[in-house]
Design a protein around this ligand. Structure first.
Ligand code: SAH
Length: 563
C-alpha cells in the first residue's frame, strides 16, 4: 500500500489525482501531517508526501530504522514539478515510485542513488536476495575499485564492472559463507526441497525438518526456489504452511512421474500410500540436479513416528533468453518491460539497425552481437547458444519480436534447458492503425507479401480467404525493389469483393522521424508510393473515411442502421 500525505490545497489536488489513478494501491492519510506521516510510515510499504523535503526529513528522521525494511519515501513539491526519491531508493522502491509518480503527474523524477546514476546496476536490483556488505561493495564499484565476481552456479547476471582480483567481492552462492566486510552475497534460487508428509503433519515439524537439513548441509534458506512434492500432497496443510513461511511456492508432480525417477532411498510406505516409492527424493530430483541431502526424517520430541521427510537438490543455473520487441521506432513506444530486459542482459543479439535504436540503453559491458539483414537463422542460433552457456541474452526485433521476426526461429532452436521470456512490442499494424484512426475495429488479419520464405500460391490463397470473409487486411513487407507485382495482385483480389471506394491506409515509418501516412482507396492507391518501410491496411466493406480518419465499425446493429 502507498500512503499519501498532503498539507495544502495544491498538495491535496495532486494527491487526489494519484489516489484516483491508483485506487487499489493507495490510501489517503488525512489530519495533522506529523501524525499522518507516523501512521503511514508504520502501515505502508511506500509513502508519497506532497510536502517540502525539509519537512519530510524532519518528520521521518525519528522513524527511520533499517534500509531493508523501511518504506520507500517520495516527496512531491507543492507545484507538482518534481518527484524526489528521498529514502529507500532501491530496497523501498522509491526510485521506481518517483518515476511512476513523475509520469502520472507530469513531474520530473529526481533520483540521486549513485548506482542508478552511472549505469552500474544496484546490487539489490539484480533480482536475487542480497546479504553482506552492500554499501561497501557498491561504493567500490562506483569508485572503480577492483571487485571480484565469484559466480558459483554461473547464474545469468547483467554485466558488472568486475576485475580478476581485488579486495572487494560479489559472491553468488547458495552455501552459507562467513560474512566479510568486503563481500556481498547474492542468493540464487538454485535449491529445491522435496517434501513428503503423512496426513496432518504439523507445519512446525515440516519447517524444522527442512531448515535443519539446510543448516546442517551448510545451505542458505534464501536460495530455496520451491518445496516440491507429489500431486496428492499439494494441499497438505503442513507443507503449504511451511512453504508460505519460507516464502516459496509448492510445486507438485504426478505419482507416475516420480515413480520413474531413480533415487538412492526408495521405500514401500509411500508406494502403498501415493503410488511412488519415493516422494521427497524423487520430486527433488524430478528435473535433474545434484542430491545434496538424501532423504531424512523429522524427529519428534515425544518419540512418536516421523510424519515428514525431506531431501535437498541443487539444480544447475539456467541461461535466460528474453525475446524483446522494441516497438515501431519511437522511444516512448518501447515498453518499460522491454527496457528492463535490455538492461538485464549481458549479451544482446539483433539486426544492426535495431541495435542502433536502443544502444544508449545498454549497460556498459553488454556484449553486442549484431549482424546485417538476412542472417536471421544465424542470429537465432547465436542467441540460443549464448543462453545455453548460462548468459542473460536479449534477442531483439522491431515491433513485436514474434511477428514476422526472431521469436519463432529462436524458439525452434531452443531446448528446455533455458528460460525463455517473451516481451511483447507494438507491432507495425497497431502503430499504423493508431495513426490512421480505427481501421482494426472489427476482425482483421496481417499478411506478409514476402514470397522469400513462403510460396506465392500460399500467400494468394490467404489473401483470397480474407477477401471472401470480408476481413480487414494489413500487408507487411508489401513491396521492395525486387518484388513489385505482389501488392497490385493482392489488391486486385480484394477488389473482387470490395468497392473501389474502400478506404486503404498507407503508413510509412510509423513513429519514426520521417513518418508519413495517407488515406486513399482501393481504386486510387498508387503502389509506387509503397516500399519496405510501409504497411498497407485495406478496410472491409463497412470501413469508412470519417473526417479523414479510417474507421471500421464494430458491427453493432445500430451502426448498420446509420450506414
Ligand atoms: N516484427 C515487425 C515486423 C517485421 S516485418 C513488427 O512487429 O512490426 C517488416 C515489415 O514490417 C516492413 O516491411 C513493414 O511492412 C513493417 N514495418 C515495421 N516497422 C514499421 C514502421 N515503423 N512503419 C511502417 N511499417 C513498418
Amino acid at each position: 500500500m502507498i500512503g499519501l500525505i498532503s498539507a495544502t490545497a495544491a498538495g491535496a489536488a495532486a494527491r487526489d489525482r494519484l489516489a484516483a489513478a491508483w485506487p487499489d494501491r493507495t490510501r489517503v492519510y488525512d489530519g495533522p501531517v506529523a501524525e499522518a506521516v507516523r501512521l503511514a510510515f508504520a502501515e505502508c510499504e511506500q509513502l508519497v508526501c506532497f510536502l517540502a523535503t525539509g519537512a519530510v526529513v524532519r518528520l521521518i528522521a525519528p522513524l527511520l530504522g533499517d534500509k531493508a525494511s523501511d518504506p520507500g519515501v517520495v516527496c512531491v513539491d507543492e507545484g507538482g514539478r518534481f518527484a524526489v526519491s528521498l529514502v529507500g531508493g532501491h530496497g523501498g522502491g522509491a526510485n521506481e515510485l518517483a518515476r511512476e509518480v513523475g509520469e502520472l503527474l507530469g513531474a520530473e523524477p529526481v533520483v540521486t542513488t549513485a548506482t542508478d546514476a552511472v549505469g552500474v546496476p544496484g546490487l539489490d536490483t539484480l533480482g536475487l536476495p542480497v546479504e553482506g556488505a552492500v554499501a561497501a561493495v557498491s561504493r567500490a564499484l562506483l569508485d572503480g575499485e577492483p571487485v571480484v565476481l565469484h559466480n558459483e552456479p554461473g547464474w545469468p547476471l547483467p554485466p558488472l564492472p568486475v576485475a580478476g582480483e581485488g579486495a572487494y567481492g560479489i559472491r553468488v552462492t547458495d552455501r552459507l559463507v562467513e560474512s566479510s566486510e568486503r563481500e556481498v552475497v547474492l542468493r540464487p534460487p538454485t535449491l529445491v526441497v522435496g517434501v513428503g508428509a503423512s496426513k496432518g503433519a504439523p507445519a512446525d515439524e515440516v519447517l524444522e525438518l527442512v531448515e535443519g537439513a539446510l543448516r546442517e548441509a551448510g545451505l542458505s534458506r534464501r536460495s530455496v526456489a520451491a518445496l516440491v512434492t507429489v500431486d496428492a500432497k499439494a494441499g497438505e496443510p503442513g507443507i503449504v504452511a511451511a512453504a508460505e513461511r519460507l516464502g516459496v511456492p509448492v510445486v507438485t508432480y504426478a505419482a507416475e512421474e516420480l515413480a520413474a525417477v531413480e533415487v538412492p532411498n526408495p521405500s514401500d510406505a509411500p508406494l502403498a500410500a501415493v503410488g511412488t516409492p519415493s516422494v521427497a527424493e524423487a520430486s527433488a530430483l524430478a528435473e535433474g540436479g545434484e542430491l545434496l541431502v538424501p532423504k531424512r526424517k523429522s524427529v519428534r520430541a515425544d518419540g512418536a513416528p516421523a510424519m515428514a521427510t525431506c531431501a535437498v537438490v541443487r539444480r544447475p543455473a539456467r541461461g535466460r533468453l528474453a525475446v524483446v520487441g522494441l516497438g515501431p521506432g519511437a522511444r516512448d513506444l518501447l515498453t518499460p518491460r522491454a527496457k528492463a530486459e535490455l538492461r538485464r542482459a549481458s549479451v544482446l543479439v539483433g539486426l544492426d539497425q535495431y541495435v542502433d535504436q536502443i544502444r544508449d540503453l545498454l549497460r556498459p559491458g553488454t556484449r553486442v552481437l549484431e549482424s546485417g539483414l538476412g542472417a536471421e537463422e544465424e542470429r537465432a542460433r547465436t542467441a540460443v547458444e549464448e543462453a545455453r552457456k548460462g548468459q542473460a541474452v536479449a534477442l531483439i526485433g522491431s515491433g513485436d519480436a514474434g511477428v514476422y521476426a526472431m521469436a519463432s526461429p529462436a524458439l525452434a532452436e531452443a531446448s528446455d534447458d533455458i528460460d525463455v521470456i517473451g516481451v511483447p512490442g507494438v507491432t507495425a499494424a497497431l502503430a499504423a492503425a493508431a495513426i490512421l484512426g480505427a481501421p482494426l475495429g472489427h476482425d482483421h488479419v496481417s499478411i506478409s507479401l514476402s514470397d522469400l520464405h513462403t510460396p506465392w500460391e500460399v500467400i494468394e490463397r490467404r489473401v483470397r480467404a480474407a477477401a471472401e470473409a470480408d476481413i480487414v487486411v494489413t500487408f507487411y513487407n508489401p513491396r521492395s525493389r525486387g518484388r513489385d507485382w505482389q501488392l497490385p495482385k493482392a489488391l486486385a483480389i480484394l477488389a473482387g469483393h470490395r468497392e473501389p471506394a474502400t478506404p486503404v491506409g498507407v503508413v510509412r515509418n510509423a513513429s519514426r522521424p520521417d513518418e508519413s501516412a495517407r488515406l486513399t482507396t482501393l481504386a486510387e492507391l498508387d503502389p509506387a508510393t509503397v516500399d519496405m518501410m510501409t504497411v498497407v491496411t485495406v478496410g472491409n466493406t463497412a470501413t469508412r473515411d470519417i473526417a479523414g480518419r479510417m474507421v471500421t465499425p464494430r458491427g453493432y446493429r445500430w451502426q448498420e442502421g446509420t450506414r
